[in-house]
Unconditional design. Structure first.
Lengths: 245, 242
C-alpha cells in the first residue's frame, strides 16, 4: 500500500475505534505499529501518565524484552519523561554513551541497536496525557513529513483516549447516582414500613432506622434493604432508648 | 451551529439560576429552549418505576404522575426503544397504544408528547418528555434542540451528583430536583398493612390511584397521613384512621 493510503487507512481505523466499546491498549498498539509501517522508525511505543504523574508503558510495536526494558527505564529518565514534562517534541540526532542527559537510558538503547530516538507529546487542548516514543536503528533526524504523520496519528489516538476516559468517568458517576437513588428509595420504603408497624411519623421512623444501623455498626441502606426484603423482621429493630425528638 | 445553541442553553440556565430558590430549572429551560407547553424529566430506578426528577409546571407534574401510575407512556417507551418517541396527536392514537395514558393526558389538555432518552454512552439515565397542548410534529430545530437539551440534562444530572458521599444524593442534586418519595413511604406502610412485599404494594397503590382517579402522590399522601389504609380482613381500602 502506498504510504499516503496507509496513513489515511490508519486514521480511519483509529476513528472507527472511537465507538462505544474499545480498548485503549488496542488503539495504542495500532498507533505504534502504524508508525513503524509508515515512517522511518524501527520501533515505536507509547507511555501514558498515571494519575500520580508517573509515566507508564502501555503499548509498543515490539514486545521484545529489550524494547520493554527501555520503556521501564523511562519511568524515571529518558526522552519520554522530557517530552511529557515539557509538553514538546524531543528530537535526538544521535544517542551517545556515556550520556549526561540520559545516563541510564542511552547506553541501554545503544546496546539494543538503537542509535537515535524521538518523542512526540500526546496532547489535546493544553493537556498532555503521554508521549509517543520512536526508536531508530540509524542516526539522524526524522523528515518533517515523518514527524507530521506521527504527530497526526498520535493526535487521533489522544482524542480516542480522552473520549474513553470521559465515558468511563461518566459511567462511574452514573453508577454512583443510580446507587444513591436506589438506596434512598429503599430507605423511604423502610421508613413507611416502620411507621406502619410502630406508629409515628416518617421522621420518627427514620430515627429508629438510624438508631438500629448505628447500634449494629451497619449502613443505613443495609438495614433498610434487609427490612424491605424481609430478612430483618420489623420487630427485630432495636428499641429507641433515648427518644429522638 | 450546535455550539451557538449550547451557549444559549447555558446562558438561559445561568440566568434562571440567579433567581434564588428557583427549583427544577432544567425542566423550565428545556421547555423554553424547545418551545413546547411543558416538560418533565424522570430518572430510571431499580424499582421499574421511574422517579420524577422535575417538571416545568403542574400539567407536566400530573402527566409524570399519570405515567408512573398507569405504567405506560412516552418516558417508558423512549427508554424501552432507546430512541426518541414522537406522538404528534394523542387523539389519533390507535386503540392499542397507551390505552390508559392517552385519554387521561388528553383530558388534561395535552395533545402531543415527545420523549427523549437521557443517555451517557450506552447507559440510560432517564427521560426528557415534552408536552404540547397543540397537535403536530416538532419542527426540525425543536427536535435538534430537544436532543441537545437531553444531552445537557444527562451530563448535568451526573455532574450535580459528583462528589456526593457513597449511597447519598448530593445536596446540589436534591436542590435541583423535586423528588417525591411519598409513594415509596406509602408502599412501605401498605406492605405492612396488607402483609405483602414492596413490589406488590407499589402495584396496589397505583391501581387504587387509577381506580379512584387521583394522583399517585395524593393517594400516597393520604396513606402517610393515615386517612386511607388497606384492611386485610375485608381485603379492601378503607377511608379514615386506624
Amino acid at each position: 500500500m502506498a504510504r499516503e493510503s496507509l496513513v489515511v487507512a490508519t486514521l480511519v481505523e483509529l476513528a472507527d475505534n472511537l465507538v462505544d466499546n474499545y480498548d485503549v491498549i488496542d488503539i495504542l498498539t495500532l498507533l505504534s505499529n502504524r508508525c513503524v509501517d509508515t515512517i522511518d522508525v524501527t520501533s515505536a511505543g507509547v507511555m501514558l501518565c498515571l494519575p500520580g504523574g508517573e509515566l507508564q508503558f502501555v503499548a509498543s510495536s515490539s514486545e521484545s524484552m529489550e524494547v520493554l526494558e527501555l520503556f521501564q527505564i523511562q519511568a524515571n529518565e529518558g526522552p519520554c519523561v522530557d517530552c511529557y514534562t515539557g509538553g514538546v517534541a524531543i528530537v535526538n540526532h544521535e544517542l551517545v554513551d556515556p550520556d549526561v542527559r540520559w545516563p541510564h537510558f542511552s547506553p541501554r538503547a545503544i546496546e539494543q541497536g538503537f542509535h537515535s530516538v524521538h518523542c512526540l507529546p500526546m496532547r489535546l487542548r493544553g493537556r498532555t496525557i503521554g508521549a509517543l516514543n520512536l526508536f531508530r536503528a540509524d542516526v539522524g533526524l526524522l523528515t518533517t513529513d515523518d514527524i507530521m504523520i506521527a504527530q497526526g496519528l498520535a493526535d487521533v489516538a489522544t482524542i480516542a483516549i480522552l473520549q474513553h476516559q470521559s465515558v468511563l468517568g461518566a459511567r462511574l458517576l452514573n453508577d454512583q447516582l443510580s446507587f444513591a437513588l436506589n438506596s434512598r428509595i429503599v430507605i423511604e420504603q423502610a421508613k413507611g414500613m416502620i411507621a406502619q408497624f410502630y406508629g409515628g411519623g416518617m421522621e420518627e421512623s427514620f430515627s429508629r432506622l438510624r438508631n438500629h444501623a448505628r447500634n449494629h455498626n451497619v449502613k443505613l441502606t443495609e438495614v433498610a434493604t434487609n427490612l424491605v426484603e424481609g430478612t430483618l423482621p420489623l420487630a427485630g429493630l432495636d428499641t429507641v432508648r433515648e427518644p429522638h425528638r | 451551529m450546535f455550539s451557538e445553541r449550547l451557549i444559549t442553553i447555558f446562558d438561559l440556565m445561568a440566568s434562571k439560576e440567579s433567581h434564588e430558590g428557583e427549583r427544577g430549572i432544567l425542566c423550565s429551560v428545556a421547555a423554553e429552549i424547545t418551545a413546547v407547553s411543558a416538560t418533565g424529566i424522570t430518572l430510571v430506578t431499580s424499582m421499574q418505576l421511574p422517579l420524577a426528577f422535575c417538571a416545568s409546571d403542574e400539567v407536566a407534574k400530573g402527566l409524570i404522575d399519570l405515567e408512573i401510575t398507569v405504567g405506560e407512556g412516552p418516558c417508558r417507551d423512549t427508554l424501552d426503544r432507546d430512541d426518541p418517541v414522537c406522538e404528534e396527536d394523542l387523539a389519533l392514537l390507535r386503540n392499542s397504544q397507551w390505552m390508559l395514558y392517552a385519554p387521561s393526558a388528553l383530558a388534561r389538555g395535552v395533545r402531543a408528547v415527545f420523549a427523549f432518552p437521557l443517555r451517557i454512552g450506552a447507559i440510560q439515565l432517564g427521560a426528557l418528555c415534552l408536552y404540547s397542548t397543540t397537535p403536530g410534529p416538532l419542527s426540525e430545530s425543536q427536535f435538534t434542540d430537544a436532543l441537545l437539551m437531553a444531552s445537557v440534562i444527562g451530563r448535568g444530572i451526573v455532574a450535580l451528583q459528583a462528589g456526593a458521599a457513597p449511597a447519598a444524593l448530593s445536596q446540589e442534586l436534591q436542590r435541583e430536583a423535586a423528588f417525591d418519595f411519598s409513594v415509596h413511604q406509602a408502599a412501605g406502610m401498605l406492605a405492612v398493612q396488607a402483609s405483602i412485599d414492596i413490589s406488590s404494594a407499589l402495584v396496589a397503590l397505583r391501581m387504587h390511584a387509577f381506580s379512584v382517579s387521583q394522583s399517585l402522590s395524593v393517594v400516597s399522601g393520604r396513606v402517610i397521613d393515615r386517612q386511607l389504609r388497606f384492611d386485610p380482613d375485608i381485603n379492601e381500602w378503607r377511608e379514615g384512621g386506624l
